[in-house]
Design a protein around this ligand. Sequence first.
Ligand SMILES: *Cc1c(COP(=O)(O)O)cnc(C)c1O
Length: 399
Amino acid sequence: MEKLAIFGGKPARDKAISYGRQCIEQDDIEAVVDTLKSDYLTCGPKINELENKLCEVTGAKYAVAVSSGTAALHIAAMAAGFGEGDEVIVSSITFAASSNCVLYCGAKPVFADIRHDTYNIEPASIRSLITPKTKGVIAVDFTGQAVESDEIRAICREYGLIFIEDAAHAIGTKYRGQPVGSIADMTCFSFHPVKTVTAGEGGAVTTNDEKTYRRLLRLRSHGITRHQDEMVHPSDAGWYNEQVELGYNYRMTDIQAALLISQLGKLDRFSGRRHQIVQMYDEAFSNIPEIIVQKEIPESDTTRHLYILCLNTERLSCDRRQFFDAMTAENVCPQVHYLPVYMHSYYEKLGYVKGSCPNAEKYYNESMSLPLYYSMTDKDVEDVICAVKKVVDYYKIKD
Ligand SMILES: *Cc1c(COP(=O)(O)O)cnc(C)c1O
């Protein structure tokens, strides 16, 4: 057996590889430079062009570009009308922003458990948490795999709830052939550099409802409107605009929009390569009983953002921490996505307690994300596989 790097052996690769990184090409750079030389740095033509492109990619009627995925979630939660006294059911395995947006509105996030095999929100768990105070559901397409939208939509229809899809991982994913972004009442995207396509920082909300769209536009820019039918004191004076509610400055710049338009043109290529890498991993790991790979539902045609490796702890003599540290020493740096949101100390202070979502907590204790991004070479992928096999071999319990 090969000596692990953590015990002084030679690492699986010389240069460290991280779990994700952006891919910026020459034409992306030129698109940004062209915009820097143009008349508009913000609120200009690139925002319209981007929003049209997002409608094309997602099949949604309307898209509102904003400064981050978190801003997208915030204005979506506001447009949903979440407020004091309301409860909103949220995936427990997600980035904190998915539920922070509920807190921003003064409402209470209630955490639903995940399915043990797909790691996505469990529709039966949503149903079990509904009370007269429940106003909505925020379901996360974890790793890019679509949530079970038919089931979630049916629950939302039955109880009159707003369905917000957090698709920060899922640009390019389809559910039953329909692009994510045109399925829920509102869908939120993030274009942070670690996501499949990037604006540096950026986000968007898509919707098919015109009234919601107009509200989102207003909330993006201070709650100020130029539409007379939205004003309390309508006026057609050329200078007149009116703040009708409290909004924010969540605008995206044209510089960011130019970058994102260029990146969206590469979505199929980026997505295809991610798919290839996922297949290489799946194939390599399928006959290793010490590790478990994420189950895919046939309804989701997934553009994968994360590749999750779960440890079969019954067959390994190490815990997740030891496995993670051994991988890092091999120069293959995994990450963990995510701590169940309610276990963050801030949420503990709000009164949330451990134990409420057993599948989420088990998943958290056994999982890690392997490197997955467009510009990984086949050699990079082989190095990752080699490191996983090396660490498994070392720690596996011999029959
Ligand atoms: C990245 C991410 C966000 C937040 O997006 P930002 O653009 O970083 O604000 C929200 N939800 C999920 C699931 C994410 O992965």
